[in-house]
Ligand binder design. Structure first.
Ligand SMILES: Cc1cc2nc3c(=O)[nH]c(=O)nc-3n(C[C@H](O)[C@H](O)[C@H](O)COP(=O)(O)O)c2cc1C
Length: 417
């Protein structure tokens, strides 16, 4: 059967190509195709932060979807690090639940590398904390003792991830949460603060030291270390800004490229580009009909990263493209579809894998359907963003458009009183 009547066979073949992610004497890790399922928080943990039956059901659907690499959503490394009440937490007390999740996943899928994303929510935690004083928000200044504790928690979560059967961890440096916030030029104002400074090297000290300790605990010859970065946050002094007070992008990408190189040198083996801070600059993170051209900004930043390193780069922003029914310039849907622009970006060396976020919620079987001749049956993302609204409203987040469970929850939560 032809791979698809909707898309060019050469494009499908590009997306179906495997990619080696790690090869050492101890371990070989291969992405079976070029479609990365992005980390997508479901806010549906059990009260102690373990995966609940709803969480496990979500990941079993993803497992059956056959992605090239599957990033498990942001796992807080402590209850204090959560941004949302029902966020998952990876710590000793929840280890059994994550072991169970991986075991069930592996019963369905032994090929897709599974990578746990680790985070601390910083200024977006329930009790907000920050490395430097914020102009627009009250948050407690982090102390050295806090940083030492968070570092220990990250190392411990890395060990737990490996014991649970994950193939790697993603060190979350995107979307305005704590670790990305350390990197931005605003993190230089605090006198005597050892985790910031004028230079990027100083601001990356926490990253470097922590990754070094993670790798000591779980060597990088048997475990994949990845990093997701907001290449430009769009907030004053955020990463990618011109200076410590500006919210304008430094279009030379000097610190972006320098950080990508620094991350590779420190042991990161895959970079995942994102942009923006969902709570403050959501249009930089996700495209809708309001900001279709943001897709090209994602592409430009991913390319800047890719040109700086020798490790694979995942691109973001693809869900909005759909089967070509988007507001990008041009009338020919085939040439502006997710499939064509994704395959083209890979062929041209702009990215190595295409990351899909909302599309993985709309249809967790997306990769399998696309690559096995069932593209006509794909449920395409509508970019309605109600999954993001669900997350912000504190209810379980999933596809409100196609999944009855989430449609009903969303209706109940947003019903006028
Ligand atoms: C409901 C929801 C949950 C998300 N959870 C995470 C997360 O846990 N970690 C992360 O790095 N990004 C998260 N994101 C961002 C997505 O991974 C992705 O970058 C964004 O949706 C844009 O990609 P898309 O256009 O393919 O959806 C989330 C986005 C949404 C809408």
């Amino acid at each position: 059967m032809p791979p698809s009547r909707m898309f060019d066979a050469a494009d499908i073949a590009t997306l179906a190509e495997p990619l080696e992610l790690l090869r050492t004497d101890r371990c070989t890790l291969v992405a079976p195709n070029r479609i990365a399922y992005q980390p997508m928080e479901g806010n549906d943990a059990a009260p102690d932060g373990s995966p609940s039956p709803v969480t496990v059901a979500r990941y079993l659907e993803r497992a059956a979807g056959g992605a090239g690499i599957d990033f498990v959503e942001a796992l807080a490394v402590s209850p204090e690090g959560k941004a949302r009440g029902d966020q998952l937490v990876l710590r000793d007390a929840t280890q059994r639940g994550f072991e169970w999740l991986v075991k069930k996943y592996r019963n369905l899928n032994v090929r897709t590398p599974l990578v746990f994303q680790l985070t601390h929510s910083g200024r977006f935690a329930a009790d907000p904390v920050t490395p430097y004083p914020l102009a627009d928000q009250a948050a407690r200044l982090l102390t050295d003792a806090d940083m030492a504790r968070i570092q220990d928690e990250l190392v411990s979560a890395t060990r737990l991830a490996q014991e649970c059967g994950a193939d790697g961890i993603d060190f979350k440096h995107c979307h305005g949460y704590l670790f990305g916030a350390l990197l931005g030029p605003a993190n230089r104002a605090r006198r005597g603060w050892p985790w910031g400074g004028e230079t990027l090297e100083e601001r990356a000290r926490f990253f470097r030291e922590t990754l070094g300790r993670m790798i000591e605990a779980v060597p990088a010859d048997r475990f994949l270390y990845t990093l997701r970065l907001s290449a430009f946050e769009g907030i004053p002094g955020g990463f990618g800004s011109r200076d410590s007070t500006s919210a304008e992008e430094d279009e030379t990408g000097a610190e972006l490229k320098a950080f990508a190189r620094l991350a590779e040198a420190a042991g990161i083996r895959l970079l995942n580009q994102s942009s923006g801070v969902p709570e403050l600059t959501p249009l930089l993170v996700r495209q809708t009909n309001e900001n279709p051209l943001g897709f090209f900004e994602h592409q430009r930043r991913a390319r800047a990263m890719k040109e700086s390193v020798h490790i694979p780069v995942v691109g973001s922003g693809y869900s909005y493209l759909k089967a070509g029914n988007n507001k990008l310039p041009g009338k020919d849907r085939a040439v502006k579809s997710l499939v064509h622009l994704g395959a083209q970006a890979i062929r041209e060396g702009g990215v190595d894998l295409i990351g899909i976020g909302r599309q993985s919620l709309a249809d967790p079987a997306f990769a399998r359907k696309l690559l096995t001749g069932e593209a006509d049956r794909i449920r395409w993302d509508t970019s309605c963003n109600q999954c993001a609204v669900s997350l912000r409203s504190g209810i379980h987040a999933g596809c409100v458009t196609y999944d009855r469970y989430y449609t009903d929850l969303f209706r109940r939560a947003t019903r006028p009183i």
